[in-house]
Design a protein around this ligand. Structure first.
Ligand code: WQD
Length: 345
């Protein structure tokens, strides 16, 4: 059976993707050094699927250690590479940490891909590669603009490295550009686990609703948008996970070499921060307290996806809307805080 390596497998999107791959019949292994995740996510995956996933707690910045994974698994038929740091604000404060971690780990993987002739590579990219787009919704042909953060720059560099790498090898790649991942598995056994105070909107909403953190601050209500707050494209993490499985299936079906193309993964719907708050209130039946604050440096005003290529190339469609995203995020937050999941502290 084809074996897939998922790097970052105990992270938020990685864990949900492992669940989907297992449910679609794939044989999977994970590589995650737990630097930004919780090892108990593996128990959550087993609770949902009934299957144990072997994780290599490898620092992918070490080529020697990374190569050991391939020595033990010379039969890998594909890699989905999630493992990277992704906090936009942190990347501005510590650019070298981001350049070293995100780029060195990718280079080490590509060395092993070439050495062990792994045919397919799915790269976790981001809508941050578009910067502040001139027009929205953005398509894959929308010109990339200077990245707004070192994090976004590492994603732009990663895409360019892969474009050149596939030309020189027999590997083919897909660059999946995520918009705003949010929500949790409907079982509420796994979900988003921000380290420290959440930077992202949806966990900030669910944690402030439970009083885990102070009342939500809306970063900017004076933008020239329909209600003054920023517009984003929220995509359910399970929709995102399914797209990765379909990306692998496309690479396997087409069985090309030297191919590398980008695909937007977004719902195709722009939602303002205030609309997202209202969606949470509707899904949870609660009123959310919030205060208006200053704009956040690095934020783009508005971005959302034209996702037609994901439908035409992957056969992918978003199954969850923003209210369903909020409902699953809320169910996960409550179960986690009530100590009802294997991950609860
Ligand atoms: C969304 C909106 C905030 C928190 C994320 C990821 C990034 C990339 C793209 C994958 C903004 C506002 C937030 C809060 C707020 N994904 N907000 N109060 O910045 O679009 O980036 O998606 O690569 O890695 O970080 O997402 O959720 O941080 O912000 O008002 O407490 O919510 O200002 O307008 P962002 P976000």
């Amino acid at each position: 059976m084809k074996k897939i390596l998922v790097t970052g497998g105990t992270g938020y999107i990685g864990s949900h993707t492992l669940v989907d791959l297992l449910e679609q019949g794939y044989n999977v292994i994970s590589a995650d050094n737990y630097s930004r995740s919780d090892a108990r996510m593996l128990q959550g995956i087993e609770t949902i699927t009934g299957k144990k996933v072997k994780n290599y707690a490898t620092d992918l910045c070490s080529l020697t250690d990374t190569r050991k994974i391939f020595e033990e698994n010379p039969d890998l038929s594909g890699i989905i590479h999630f493992a990277a740091y992704k906090a936009v604000g942190e990347s501005v404060e510590q650019p070298l940490l981001y350049f070293e971690n995100n780029i060195q780990s990718l280079l080490n993987l590509l060395h092993c891909v070439q050495e062990y002739k792994v045919p397919y590579f799915v790269f976790s990219s981001s809508c941050t590669v578009y910067g502040e787009p001139e027009s929205i919704p953005v398509t894959e042909e929308t010109p990339l603009r200077p990245a707004a953060s070192p994090y976004g720059l590492t994603k732009q560099i990663g895409e360019q490295l892969l474009q050149d790498f596939v030309k020189a090898t027999d590997c083919s790649a897909l660059l999946l550009r995520y918009f705003n991942p949010a929500g949790a598995h409907p079982s509420a056994q796994i979900g988003e686990l921000p380290i420290g105070k959440p930077q992202n909107l949806v966990p900030a909403i669910t944690q402030s609703a439970l009083g885990v953190i102070d009342a939500l601050t809306v970063h900017g209500t004076d933008y020239p948008t329909r209600d003054g707050s920023c517009v984003r494209d929220y995509i359910h993490v399970c929709d995102l996970a399914r797209a990765h499985t379909q990306a692998l299936q496309l690479l396997e079906k087409e069985n090309k070499t030297h191919a590398c193309e980008a695909i937007n993964l977004g719902s195709g719907t722009g939602v303002t921060v205030l609309e997202a708050i209202r969606a949470f209130e509707k899904a949870s039946g609660r009123t959310l307290e919030w205060t208006a604050g200053p704009r956040r440096p690095g934020d783009v005003m508005a971005i959302y996806a034209n996702n037609e290529k994901a439908t035409s190339r992957l056969g992918w469609r978003a199954a969850y809307d923003v209210e369903a995203i909020m409902a699953t995020a809320w169910a996960w937050e409550q179960r986690y805080r009530n100590g009802e999941t294997v991950l609860s502290r």
